[in-house]
Structures are given as structure tokens and as C-alpha cells.
Write a protein that binds this ligand. Structure first.
Ligand SMILES: NC(=O)c1ccc[n+]([C@@H]2O[C@H](COP(=O)([O-])OP(=O)(O)OC[C@H]3O[C@@H](n4cnc5c(N)ncnc54)[C@H](OP(=O)(O)O)[C@@H]3O)[C@@H](O)[C@H]2O)c1
Length: 289
């Protein structure tokens, strides 16, 4: 039940755009937080195919759309239509949050900040550590750049090796971190798993509905390895279950997701959202699926 009495002509609109979009948890999470503070806002979801991105974003720019979250597949392409980027999203080359300031579109990457905050809150000390990141897509880019300031060394392991090598080179060129790109074969993972402090899965392997698979064999895990799986559906992936059996510290993708949403919410509305409520509503939604 909404606390906001009326959606009226002055109601501010927020949204998420992606393709597809019907599985997004952002509307339910943001509307719960907006209602909790009785803010005159509504958060909607729009399915925008890539060919319609330009028309959609130019329309939003001229409207009372105050903020936009951007998800797969638009996080990189959207940059062409924005007026300003903050330094981190410029480095990453991807944006997941836009603020519309009277027709001027500002872009940020709150995935990066959300992941870093989740790791710190999860008890992982980043300074000088070595990371193995599985995947070299948008989330891997955001996380590797966010961690590059404090991390000691980053290995990126990806199904398409060239993408891992390209991201590692960009990291080395744009930041001071030592980074290496590799393939994602068992042999490569075996050679790296024992030499790093943290393993971060940014591939969709293990995500609903194919929940019985893991991106890395259980034999390659060890109790000293911190395991961060950024998937949040399910909350306990096969990888995290395997890691827990071995005694490793683990973190799922829920805090990253809620953090990126909370940073965006505060940027748009100027108010701090109820993060506990945002988390609870996602857990409830996942339970209903
Ligand atoms: N918790 C959060 O807040 C949060 C935020 C963002 C994303 N995510 C999750 O992170 C995952 C990735 O998102 P993204 O935006 O980075 O996607 P993306 O840009 O499409 O990248 C996906 C990456 O995973 C690899 N991959 C895909 N399927 C694979 C498979 N079957 N085997 C091996 N590698 C595979 C791809 O490798 P190739 O280069 O070889 O194609 C690519 O490196 C999704 O599950 C998404 O839900 C979570």
C-alpha cells in the first residue's frame, strides 16, 4: 500500500531502462524506499531496445524524468547521450545512474561504489590484496576500477581471453594497479586460485534459473580465499555454498545491489533511504519468485 496519497502532475519520475527489463528488482526496491519517506516520486521500468535508446533518452531529457538507472545492454552506449560524467564512470567507460538536472544529464557508476562498500562492510580489507575476477563485462570493469586504487594486483579471467587482456591493459594504463588478463580454463584458474586473497565472480554462471553450476571447481577453492559472488538471485549460489563448506568467508550480491540503489536514491532525492527496508523487500521478492 502506497503512503504517497496521490500521483499528481508534480510527481517526480524515476526509472530503470534496459532490454529486457521485466525481471528488474529496482522498481520494487526504490518505490518501497520512496514510500517509506513519503516522497512525491514514482519509479518505473521501461524496456528500451538498443535501436530506440537515443530517442528514449532524448525524450527523458526534456521531461520530468529526474533520475534513470541503466542496465544491460545500455551501460556503455548510454554515455554518448550524456552531458557530464564523474571521473570514475569516465575511467570505467560505463554508467548505471543518470541525474537529469533541468535537461542536463549527469552520469555516474554506482555499481562500482556499491561493490566496494559491500566488500568493506563484509569485512574484506582491500589494501595491498590480490584479486582474481571472473568475467570481463560491465560489472567486472566497474569493480576492477573501483578496487584499483587500494588493491595490490588484479587478475582478470574471462571466457573470451581478449576481453580480459583488453580490460587489464586499460586498468594498467588508467590506474597504477598491476593487472593481467587471462582465459578462464581450469588450468589457468588452478594456477591463480592459491595465489590470490579474493575471488570475485562477475559472470552470470550460477544465476537463476541455472542455479546448479559454478564458474570454478570446488577443488580450487581454499579456506583463505574470500569469495564474493555478485549474483543475488539466488542469494546462495552454488559457488557460495561450495565456499562455505570449505570454510571460506563469503559475500553475495545483495549488498552491492542495495548499495548502488541507495547511492542513486540519495543523489536523486537528497535523502538517505532506509537501506534495511530495501534489503528486506528484495529478499521478500526473491522468495516470491
Ligand atoms: N549485485 C549487483 O548489484 C550486480 C550489478 C551488476 C551486475 N550483476 C550481475 O553480474 C553479472 C554480469 O553482469 P555484467 O553487467 O557484467 O554482464 P556483461 O557485461 O554481459 O558481462 C558478462 C561476463 O560474463 C561472461 N560470461 C557470460 N556467460 C558466460 C558463461 N556461460 N561462461 C563463462 N563466462 C560467461 C562474459 O564473458 P564473454 O566476454 O566471453 O562473453 C562476460 O565477461 C550478471 O549476473 C548480473 O546480474 C550484479
Amino acid at each position: 500500500m502506497l503512503n504517497n496519497p496521490i500521483i499528481g502532475a508534480r510527481t517526480n519520475i524515476l526509472c530503470v531502462i534496459g532490454h529486457p527489463i521485466e525481471h528488474s528488482m529496482s522498481p520494487v526496491m526504490h518505490n518501497a524506499a520512496l514510500n517509506d519517506l513519503s516522497l512525491d516520486y514514482i519509479y518505473l521500468a521501461f524496456d528500451i531496445p538498443p535501436n530506440d535508446l537515443e530517442k528514449a533518452i532524448l525524450g527523458f531529457k526534456k521531461s520530468n524524468m529526474k533520475g534513470i538507472n541503466v542496465t544491460i545492454p545500455h551501460k556503455e552506449a548510454i554515455i554518448h547521450y550524456l552531458d557530464e560524467l564523474d571521473p570514475l564512470s569516465k575511467q570505467i567507460g560505463a554508467v548505471n545512474t543518470i541525474k537529469n538536472e533541468g535537461g542536463v544529464l549527469l552520469g555516474r557508476n554506482t555499481d562500482a561504489l556499491g561493490a566496494k562498500q559491500a566488500l568493506l562492510d563484509g569485512g574484506f580489507k582491500i589494501e595491498g590484496k590480490k584479486a582474481l575476477i571472473l568475467g570481463a563485462g560491465g560489472a567486472a570493469r566497474a569493480i576492477s576500477f573501483a578496487l584499483s586504487e587500494k588493491m595490490g594486483e588484479i587478475f582478470i579471467s574471462n571466457r573470451t581471453e581478449e576481453k580480459a587482456i583488453k580490460l587489464a591493459k586499460e586498468l594498467q594504463d588508467k590506474t597504477k594497479i598491476k593487472a593481467t588478463g587471462k582465459d578462464m580454463s581450469e588450468k589457468t584458474l588452478r594456477s591463480l586460485a592459491y595465489s590470490v586473497d579474493i575471488l570475485i565472480n562477475t559472470t552470470p554462471i550460477g544465476m537463476y534459473p541455472k542455479i546448479d553450476i559454478s564458474p570454478i571447481s570446488k577443488d580450487l577453492l581454499n579456506e583463505n580465499l574470500f569469495i564474493f559472488d555478485i549474483i543475488y538471485n539466488p542469494l546462495q549460489t552454488r559457488l557460495l555454498k561450495d565456499a562455505k563448506k570449505i570454510g571460506s568467508k563469503t559475500l553475495n550480491g545483495l549488498d552491492m545491489f542495495v548499495n548502488q540503489g541507495a547511492i542513486a536514491f540519495e543523489w536523486w532525492t537528497g535523502k538517505k533511504p532506509n537501506v534495511k527496508l530495501m534489503k528486506e523487500i528484495i529478499i521478500e521478492e526473491l522468495g516470491n519468485k
